[in-house]
Design a protein. Structure first.
Length: 329
């Protein structure tokens, strides 16, 4: 569901951005507005980013190999991280450079097509609004009652948060561009155009930084969500004869979860009984959390003096904070 919804949002954003990019470049050619050039590059960068997300999703579907026995699910995280770099460099830094260049040599919007940027920007806001609405609708099917900030910070599938932030940035950037162009037309002073371009650049740098931080956490390896951890614990211990000594989980991809646990066994049990207990526990885990694609359970005797049970899933700062019920500011 998450992957399908993410692809739908990506395709909607790609179609909107390609169309808008062409219109923005035409408007720049007619008026020489730096805000229009920055916005055209922004839309072009967004289009490239959406292609990267689609490529990452396709490559992540490859079957596991001897060199990569757990599969290629993390390719989606790698391509999402590349998106943040492209957005920072091609989008944000270029807009800041163009703003500085325009500030050094301010000039009003040229030619008799002064109305073209306004028409393009208003049309682009409408188109981006439809794309943003698609991303929100698809995200709502995944996030449930979770707040938007928490959804972006804790989502294991990178596509929807990336598209949400890109579309939000595109809408706000269009408003900045509309402000810069309108003030330039009203005052006949190109400094306002440079100011609007600078605001676009700062916005894109901030969004790129947020995406890089969140995707880096996924690349390092995050544990299962608090809800999934509780389901796994309940599944293991539901038969009354098995309990957990240690439990760790790790996302191999957005829909692939590694579960590793040391569980208790009775000292009187023989090998056949122990194997049966482990197999039954694995079946219960997969029934409770279907994305548990790799499960490794180690039987042992519980020794309180040497095996104090730790907090489950301390595998990453963000995941540990999530399991404690809060996230760092």
């Amino acid at each position: 569901m998450a992957a399908h919804g993410g692809n739908k949002a990506i395709i909607a954003a790609l179609a909107a951005n390609l169309t808008i990019a062409v219109l923005k470049f035409v408007a720049f050619a007619l008026t020489r507005s730096s805000s229009m050039l920055a916005e055209g590059i922004h839309s072009l960068a967004d289009s490239g980013n959406q292609v990267l997300l689609l490529v990452g999703g396709k490559r992540a579907q490859r079957q596991a190999s001897p060199e990569h026995p757990f599969g290629y699910g993390r390719e989606r995280y790698i391509y999402a991280f590349i998106v943040s770099i492209v957005l920072f460099s091609v989008g944000g830094l270029f807009a800041l450079y163009e703003a500085y260049h325009k500030y050094q040599d301010p000039h009003p919007i040229e030619g008799s097509f002064w109305w073209v940027p306004l028409a393009v920007l208003i049309g682009a806001i409408v188109a981006e609004g439809f794309s943003f609405r698609t991303a929100i609708r698809e995200s709502n099917q995944v996030r449930g009652s979770m707040g938007w900030v928490r959804f972006v910070r804790t989502a294991k599938s990178p596509e929807l948060p990336v598209i949400l932030l890109e579309d939000l940035g595109a809408l706000v950037g269009l408003v900045f561009a509309l402000f810069g162009v309108s003030m330039t037309l009203l005052t006949d002073n190109g400094v306002w155009d440079a100011f609007g371009t600078a605001m676009i650049g700062i916005l894109l740098v901030i969004i790129a930084a947020v995406l890089a931080i969140e995707t880096k956490s996924l690349l390092l390896g995050e544990s299962a969500s608090k809800a999934d951890v509780a389901k796994i614990e309940a599944a293991i211990e539901s038969d009354g004869s098995t309990s957990i000594i240690h439990l760790k989980t790790l996302h191999l991809g957005p829909e692939e979860l590694l579960v590793a646990a040391k569980i208790t066994v009775e000292s009187k049990e023989n090998g056949t009984q122990i194997a049966a207990d482990i197999n039954n526990a694995e079946r219960r885990i997969r029934a409770a959390v279907p994305i548990a694609s790799a499960i490794y359970l180690e039987p042992d005797l519980y020794r309180p003096e040497t095996d104090p049970r730790p907090v489950a899933n301390g595998s990453s700062t963000r995941a540990a904070a999530e399991n404690e019920g809060s996230l760092p500011d």
